[in-house]
Design a protein around this ligand. Structure first.
Ligand SMILES: [Zn+2]
Length: 440
């Protein structure tokens, strides 16, 4: 959920009351970048207007404003963009703008307007150029997931896929993984849309569908460039999937993303693109699913009795634990550095932790998180490893569900399992966990 309990939000409300449009845009971009939003929607209806942000794939309302200032907002943006005509309101228009937020983060905007019955709607896609590639070790990939990822990265060839509902940031884990493989003796070539981070050690190529520079034509050219590792922005059609699989079969390591919700759903998705089981079994190494979550602030976190306050969530989490083998739980606790006292506090006293935004000593706004209480974004992970037994299941035409259950039984940490351990470790609010994942 968007955090509205902070000073930026109050300033945004004031900018609307004062009709200070310049300030409104500056604040809007700052809040959106802080929230890791991928898009801003500025919408007009008959009796009200609203601004929504797409965060982690989900559209959420940020604020409403009266329709009488809507035209000024759109007009102001058009003038500032230098690329849109302010007198043209009947046709859609596009613009690309480079700017900075109030926190001096450099961003690019892809803007477009669309005429609707009540006025023009403006959508801004945000590309945050200040985002650096984080090292793998800070991404909270814990124990067995880290082992699966390590196995996949050590393989000489095959496909490593990440799945993602919609929105941005899907590729961050892939870039971090690629950076661990970067060496003077490997040639890494990528095909991206758009190239968000220009990086020195990668040979990055920008998608250009307008001049028919497609994945297939890029790959044919890239394969002549003697690559070891290839990253393709997204597998969205049969041709791309087929070419990626061919590259994996001819001794290349291929990284890509695919638009599904879970690692097991990916199997159906590739069958729908006419892949055969033997191709899937022969090329896939690892399929990852991930969701952005907000880490609780260490400074202002407080205890909270989950069983009393939300018995259903507590029951869900206990069910998750009882679906796992005791020896796997034991290892996860040990290698995720979860102390025995944290474990018993959860299982015996039903205690979890949440952020409170207030400094417990002074009762002022928390100095560490500035009252955001869940500010730091990281990922929950689900890694499905394609080992020989799972490959055999695929060759035997097992269903999605059978494969998922087989993997869970073998010790796959799905998103929910990973989240439960992060709750026990005092990193994640259980309500935030069940906002992101459904209980299985
Ligand atoms: Zn705090």
């Amino acid at each position: 959920m968007i955090n509205k309990n902070n000073s930026w939000y109050e300033k945004l409300e004031n900018a609307i009351i004062d009709a200070d449009i310049e300030m409104l845009f500056k604040l809007l971009l700052t809040v959106a970048v802080d929230e890791w939003a991928s898009d801003i929607h500025i919408e007009v209806y008959s009796t009200y207007c609203r601004i929504r942000l797409r965060v982690d794939g989900i559209l959420e309302e940020l604020i409403q404003y009266p329709p009488n200032i809507h035209e000024t907002i759109i007009a102001k943006f058009k003038i500032e963009s230098w690329q849109m005509r302010s007198d043209e309101k009947r046709l859609p228009q596009d613009a690309r703008v480079s700017t900075v937020t109030l926190e001096w983060k450099e961003i690019d905007l892809r803007a477009n307007t669309l005429p609707t019955v009540h006025g023009e709607k403006l959508v801004l896609r945000i590309i945050d150029k200040s985002k650096k590639i984080p090292p793998l070790k800070v991404l909270w990939i814990e124990w067995i997931n880290a082992v699966y990822l390590d196995n996949a990265l050590k393989a000489p060839n095959g496909i490593i896929l990440t799945t993602w509902p919609t929105g941005s940031w899907k590729s961050t884990t892939l870039y971090s993984a690629l950076s661990t493989l970067n060496n003077d003796d490997v040639n890494i070539t990528t095909y991206e849309d758009p190239v968000e981070n220009k990086t020195d050690w990668l040979n990055q190529s920008q998608v250009r569908t307008d001049i028919w520079y497609s994945f297939a034509s890029w790959l044919r050219a890239a394969l002549r460039q003697d690559p070891d590792i290839i990253m393709v922005w997204e597998i969205r059609d049969e041709e791309t999937l087929e070419t990626a699989m061919e590259a994996a079969m001819t001794w290349h390591l291929v990284f890509s993303t695919i638009h599904t919700n879970s690692s097991s759903e990916t199997i159906t998705r590739v069958y729908n693109m006419w892949a055969k089981p033997y191709m899937l079994a022969g090329t896939f190494n690892l399929v990852m699913a991930q969701r952005l979550w907000r880490k609780i602030c260490d400074k202002c976190k407080v205890k909270y009795n989950l069983k009393k306050d939300n018995p259903e969530l507590y029951r869900n989490m206990m069910e998750v634990l009882s679906s796992m083998k005791p020896e796997h739980i034991k290892q996860e606790l040990k290698l995720r550095w979860i102390s025995w006292s944290k474990w018993t506090e959860f299982t015996k006293e039903w205690i979890v932790y949440v952020g409170s935004w207030k400094d417990s000593e002074t009762w002022e706004v928390c100095p560490v998180c500035n009252g955001w209480w869940e500010k730091w974004r990281v990922w929950l992970y689900e890694f499905m490893e394609y080992d020989d037994k799972l490959r055999q299941k695929i060759l035997d035409w097992a269903s999605n569900l059978e494969i998922e259950n087989f993997a869970l039984d073998k010790w796959m940490m799905n998103l929910e399992r990973d989240g439960v351990f992060k709750v026990i470790k005092w990193l994640l609010n259980p309500k935030e966990l069940y906002r992101l994942v459904k209980h299985k």
